[in-house]
Structures are given as structure tokens and as C-alpha cells.
Design a protein around this ligand. Sequence first.
Ligand code: HEM
Length: 470
Amino acid sequence: MEPFFMALILLAIYLICALLSPFLTSERRCPRPKLPLPPGTLGWPYVGETFQLYSQDPNIFFASKVKRYGPIFKTHILGCPCVMVSSPEAAKFVLVTKSHLFKPTFPASKERMLGKQAIFFHQGPYHSKLRKLVLRAFMPEAVRSKVSDVESLAIDCLKSMEGRSIDNTFLELKTYSFNVALLSIFGKDEMTYREDLKRCYYILEKGYNSMPINLAGTLFHKSMRARRELGQILAKILATRRQRKFQHDQHHDLLSSFMGDKESLSDEQIADNIIGVIFAARDTTASVLTWIIKYLAENPTVLQAVTEEQEAVIKSKGESGKQGMLTWEDTKNMPLTSRVIQETLRVASILSFTFREAVEDVEYGGHLIPKGWKVLPLFRNIHHNPEIFPEPEKFDPSRFEIAQKPNTFLAFGNGTHSCPGNELAKLEILALLHHLTTKYRWSLMGPLDGIQYGPFALPQNGLPIRLFRR
Ligand code: HEM
């Protein structure tokens, strides 16, 4: 045989072996396990199954894996070996029972943008301290003092959308959720800095999903500059509050809670956590509201029932002589509307999953989860499991008339890092729905199917609608 062809054949054999090696050796790349790894494949070297995940609807990717391998399986995405868990028991194990063995994990670029000291990135004593301060500002007692201010923001938001075609409902609702977040963080003070905060935050968030290349002109670079400016604005706000000595006498907003702590946080820790809370509060709530507006338009009987419930709230206030703004008690007397929120959170599952990392080798269900591997509880798969929620794609708020089994409804997470803002989010949504259903009607414009992820699940194009007075 010609040496040239011989060389070609050898080269081809070498390439085939190189390509097949991950399949042949994938188990051996891991720390020598005493127990078997969960079933599944790690895919190609370095890229793993990233292309498979991102070239299709992620839900189809996860669902096909669950069908093939069961509720716990391994894969390899974005350069990391991962274990995906999609049973309520396994999610509880990771998030609650053995949460100390699974630390939160995010890409380094996200840490740089939000700030390394933000609550999401920590566990242990620093996390517990932050959580206590955050919960103090968002517990029901603190949230109830905000009802009328949140309601005023809801009324303003709807007025600003009235009578026009809304190209992107999500974007409009983001303004509302941003304003509510600022209210919960700063109370009604610091108005003068708000526009600057918004301007910088809007630039910062544009970089969240960008390539982390910090070169002049890139989105990431602009975001990092805006992040620095945000730090400076927040430093001015802190200085102003210190002069006014507000920190010792009230704990109704997050900043007071942070500043009033005896072993107080540093300015940098406060800034990182304020930006972190805006990040956690804004797109999530706006995205859920956008889905509710879609589902109500598509389910006229449910819309009618919600409207009647909300009209009854207005009527009962009239009868008791307490006309006017909503009260905390009113918001706790909206059972059907609350079930609509729960069912939307389940069907839309805006946070499809969360990330953790095993801090040591962990055994679960006869399998090894090796130290350093990412572990992803798949909220959406649990919410769409027909054995837990029959006909899971159907929007049916009545399924929440009976209490759900433990660890099956994880819209606000569970355990150590579960959402401390859930009371505020519910109030914010209820206040807007109260005015939306009793004063307005809307029609959906544009494609009705299709989900986009950015990173939260969202109706296609942010749901274009037309909103008009009833
Ligand atoms: C409907 C809207 C919301 C949804 C669906 C939601 C969902 C979640 C989920 C699932 C987690 C846990 C993530 C994990 O375990 O990795 C979480 C954490 C968090 N959320 Fe929310 N959230 C919402 C609104 C809010 C609001 C309004 C705030 C603040 C005012 C907030 C603040 C936070 C914070 C600070 C954390 C981190 C807690 C920690 O690490 O200890 N969220 N949220």
C-alpha cells in the first residue's frame, strides 16, 4: 500500500479512537467510585452533551433522559459533569436534608456582575446571617406595611399600558417589578437616586447573558462599568442614611435591615446583596405575571371566576364601610386568584431548575455523586410529572384546592436557599390582578405558542397584547 494511504488510514483510526474515547473511558475519568455513578452518558470530551441540550427545547432533553434513565441521571454540560435529579425525594435530599453537602454554584461571570458577597453564592454562617436580615425585611409583618404602596404602583403600571398595543408585556411588567423591588429595599426614601439606579441596572442586566469578555465595547464590559457605577450610587445612599441615622429605628425595608444589624455588614456586602435582590425579584415576578395574563386570556371561565372573586372583594369593602385601597386581609381572602398564581407557577415553571455542587462524595439511592459534580434539581420535570400532577400540560387551578404532597411544588425552591421574597411576590401579583381583572380586558396579539428562555421561561416575544378599559 502507498505510504500516503497508509498514513491516511492510521490518521483515520487515531481520530476514530480519539472520538470514541470519551464513551470508552467516561466512567474512568471520575474519581474511582466505590458505588456506581448514576445512569446516563457524559457525551463528548469537554463539550459533553451541551449541544444536545441547547439545540432543542431543554424540557424535551430532560424529559427524554428521565424516560430513558429514571429520575436521577448523569450528563455533562457547559464543561461540567452533572447529576440531574427529578424526583421530589431526590430534590428534598439535595435542597433540604443534606443541603450542607451541596453548595450553590454559579458561573464566575455572574458572581462578578452581581457581586461575590451576594446571598445566592454562599452557605454556612455568612449565608445564615444574610438570610436572617433578608427574611426580616420580607416576612409577612414587613410586607403587610407595603400593601397600599404596592397597589399604587400596580395602578400606575396598568394606567401606563392602557389603551395601546403593548409590544412586550414582560418589559412593561419589569418596570412594575423593579419599582416594587426598590420600594421593598429603600422604602420611599432615596427617590433622587432612583433614576440613576435604574439606568445603571438596565445596562448591567443586558450583560447577564453575554459572553464574559471584558474588552472595551463588549456588552460584558459595559455591564461591569455599570456595576461599578451602581456600587458608587449605593455608597452615596448608605452615606445619606447614616447621616439621617435611620438605621436604628425602623426595619421595614431591606436597607434598614442590613444597616441595623449589630455586627453590621460592610458597604460592599450591602451593595452586592441589594443588587442581588433586585436581580432575584425583578424578572421572576414579571415573568410569572406575563404567564398569568396569557393563561387568563386563554381560559375565559377562569378569568370570569377570578373577576367575580375580585369584584366581591370590592363589594365587601363597600359593605363594611372600608372602601378604597386593598388591605393585607383582602389579599389573604383571594383563594381562587391565589390558586391561579400557584397553577401558573407550576405550568410555566419559570425557573426550570437550579444548580448545586457536591462539596464531598455523596451517596444517594445506591449511586455516587462525586465531589465537585454539579447537581441540578429539575423543578419543571417534577411539576410536569403526570404521576404527581395528572394532565400536567393542562392549566387547571382547581388542582390546588387540595394540599399538594410534600416537595412536589417547588416554584419557590425548598430548604436553606428557598425564596425569601415569596410573600412580596404574591402580594405584587395579587395587587396587579385585582385591578387588571376588575377594570381591564386584553387580547393576545402575535404567536400564542412558543417559549423563550432569558434565562427565565417567558411567552414568545414577551407576549404582545392590547389592553383596554372594561
Ligand atoms: C414569583 C416570583 C419569584 C419566584 C418564582 C422566585 C423563585 C425563587 C427560587 C426557586 C429560589 C431558590 C433558588 C435556589 O434554590 O437555588 C429563589 C431564591 C431567592 N429569591 Fe426568589 N422568586 C421570586 C421572587 C422573589 C422576590 C420578589 C424576591 C425579593 C424581594 C426574591 C428574592 C430571592 C432571594 C434573595 C433568593 C436567594 C435566597 C438564598 O439564597 O438564600 N425572589 N427564588
